[in-house]
Design a protein around this ligand. Structure first.
Ligand code: C2E
Ligand code: CA
Ligand code: CA
Ligand code: CA
Length: 281
């Protein structure tokens, strides 16, 4: 796509049709993926500031036999467009609850399981029933589950649509706002909705240690943490990659850390090994 003029247009058209062909193929493959057991849950550890393991965020992985690993940024938007995210999201929830309940049974310390919820699942009438059922069937305590919703998703909902959120919060389920700071600027929903956790978006964390240092992002992180704490919310920093970022976040009073510095997303057996190493420390 580096060519100029006519070449560039031709190249662009070719890319377009190549993309739509790829899309159609990918869509067909994704339909089979769930049935064929090609989807897998990975677990990225979250830690308290003192280094104790707090829990894990469950992240979908798709390994296609021919295409190889397909990244979530590629297949999740597609799954949202064709509504496959409904069965896929339900599977992800049930599978990760099942797994965490097993781990919890052999671990004395309470662990939190964070699960991503897409806008379509949220808009689906009986999604809270679905969550309750996943908890009941797995035996995972409601307080151990944290549902991650994005700001834009939450802001888009009418007042009736957030009823399920209140019902889930009432039974003890935790509710996190994912990618906090990147969506709508209205903060009213923090008062209106039963939120327990803010996940500070990676872009703010990355900017904390940027060269030259971005002072503004330090101020934003500081202000978000103060706001969160005054509302009695927990703050999780995402995308922590350097010691410098961790030190800064500790100084600013952040509660939990998640990122490559502390641990990459791991398949179930990898996370289990981590659990064992933590238990025998
Ligand atoms: P997210 O919910 O914001 O998840 C965090 C993403 O950041 C993950 O990417 C994770 O691997 C990545 N990450 C974690 N630590 C670091 C770090 O230190 N540096 C950098 N650069 N990245 C880090 P992943 O797994 O590729 O997922 C991408 C997005 O796909 C997720 O963003 C989420 O929006 C979506 N997603 C993943 N799994 C699910 C799922 O089960 N359901 C739904 N609805 N969406 C999912
Ligand atoms: Ca998330
Ligand atoms: Ca996020
Ligand atoms: Ca994100």
């Amino acid at each position: 796509a580096k060519e100029r003029g006519g070449d560039r247009i031709e190249c662009f058209t070719a890319t377009l049709s190549q993309n739509s062909l790829e899309r159609q193929e990918l869509e067909q493959c994704l339909r089979d993926a769930l049935r064929n057991g090609e989807l897998q849950m990975y677990y990225q550890p979250q830690f308290f500031m003192d280094g104790r393991l707090a829990g894990a965020e469950a992240l979908l992985r798709w390994n296609h036999p021919l295409l190889g690993p397909v990244p979530p940024v590629k297949f999740i938007p597609l799954a949202e467009e064709n509504r496959l995210i409904l069965p896929i999201g339900e599977w992800a929830l049930r599978e990760s609850c099942r797994q965490m309940a097993l781990w919890q049974a052999s671990t004395p310390d309470p662990l939190l399981l964070a699960v991503n919820v897409s806008a379509l699942q949220f808009a689906h009438g009986d999604w809270d029933t679905c969550v309750v059922k996943a908890l009941e069937d797995s035996g995972l305590a409601a307080e151990r589950l944290e549902l991650e919703l994005t700001e834009s998703l939450v802001m888009r909902q009418g007042h009736e649509d957030v009823e399920p959120l209140h019902r889930l919060r009432e039974i003890g389920t935790r509710i996190a706002i994912d990618d906090f700071g990147t969506g709508y600027s209205s903060l009213g929903y923090l008062q209106r909705l039963p939120i327990t956790t803010l996940k500070l978006d990676q872009t703010f964390i990355a900017a904390l240690q940027a060269e030259p240092p971005e002072m503004s992002s330090e101020h934003i992180v500081r202000a978000v943490i103060q706001l969160a704490h005054s509302l009695k919310l927990t703050v999780v920093a995402e995308g922590v990659e350097t010691e410098g970022q961790r030190d800064m976040l500790e100084l600013l009073g952040c509660d939990c850390l998640q990122g490559f510095l502390l641990g990459r997303p791991l398949p179930a057996d990898g996370f289990e090994a981590l659990l064992e190493s933590v238990a025998t420390r």
